[in-house]
Ligand binder design. Structure first.
Ligand code: ZN
Length: 64
């Protein structure tokens, strides 16, 4: 049986007893990010550099 580490936000480290967490899949790995920091992934992925491997390769989405 695979041991699953308790999920926590890749940015702030809070767990699912503190904040709602959304699971993301990237490059074959699963990550968790809280709803508060989910917008970073979309608009400012550069801020996740060092926390999400490959974040520097993501392109910010500009809705304007
Ligand atoms: Zn967070």
């Amino acid at each position: 049986m695979t041991k699953t580490p308790s999920p926590q936000c890749l940015h702030c480290g809070r767990n699912d007893s503190q904040v709602p967490l959304a699971r993301i899949r990237y490059r074959g790995e699963d990550y968790w990010i809280c709803t508060e920091h989910f917008p970073l992934l979309i608009h400012e992925p550069g801020k996740l550099t060092g926390q999400l491997p490959g974040a520097e390769n993501l392109t910010p989405v500009d809705h304007d």
